[in-house]
Design a protein around this ligand. Sequence first.
Ligand code: DO4
Ligand code: MG
Length: 279
Amino acid sequence: MKLFKVDGAVLLQTATAEYKVENLSWDALVNKENLYDFLAAYATTQAPIASTIEGKQVEAPIGSQEIWAAGVTYLRSKEARMDESKESGAADFYAKVYEAKRPELFFKSTAARCAGPDQEVWIRRDSQWNVPEPELTLFANANGKIVGYTIGNDMSSRDIEGENPLYLPQAKCYQRSAAIGPCLLVPSKPIDADTQIHMSIERSNEIIFSGSISINQMKRKHEELIGYLFMEMDFPQGVYLMTGTCLVPPNDFTLAVGDLVHMSIDGIGSLRNKVATKQ
Ligand code: DO4
Ligand code: MG
């Protein structure tokens, strides 16, 4: 079961048909108790819509939720961060947080700053080393229950964070530093542990990076990350949590304006964004 936002309307896509969800805001809908059952029942009482989502401009699947992120949840991410921070002397912090009981969690974006499918993601004009990070992104409702998944792009300025880890908020949070989409997948049971994440980056019609990895490489459990996030904070509208990256391009790679970043996750769909800068 998938929820899309198209032209401000919420559309429900089942395996066989599509339905318009009426009289419920996004925030109210995604916080319905037993969301999967609610949507399954909804589809049995409504007439399917004639036109399909295919070919329409889909928006980011978000209402007023905050977007948070977890870091250093995969070995590849730990190694890359240790590498980029070796001159600052901070490499040890990444090694420690990978092993520690408490995960690294940080605020990533508001809905207003975040891009949706086919919108631009931006690289900072004061950074020379930028990468996209394709991340399985959890949706937890107001009760802290994981009820859905989407694709998240945690755009990162590696030179800014590498210079000093205290610059993390600037490396991670700026206008259009996050993209999510194309939909909120609401499955009947938790996502398969062997689900694959794929990313390719295209420049001048050529693929200059591509990779795939399974989420089973992640060191931490989804519930563990959400547990820490909700420990001392409330999210009355629910919250998105990016779960960390495991696909990091080689150190000589940086994004350039005009690049196309294509991410996909089995069962969820694809998220494509063009790279640009703030004007
Ligand atoms: O510690 C910095 C951020 C790590 C991150 O974003 C990731 O591992 O995906
Ligand atoms: Mg990340």
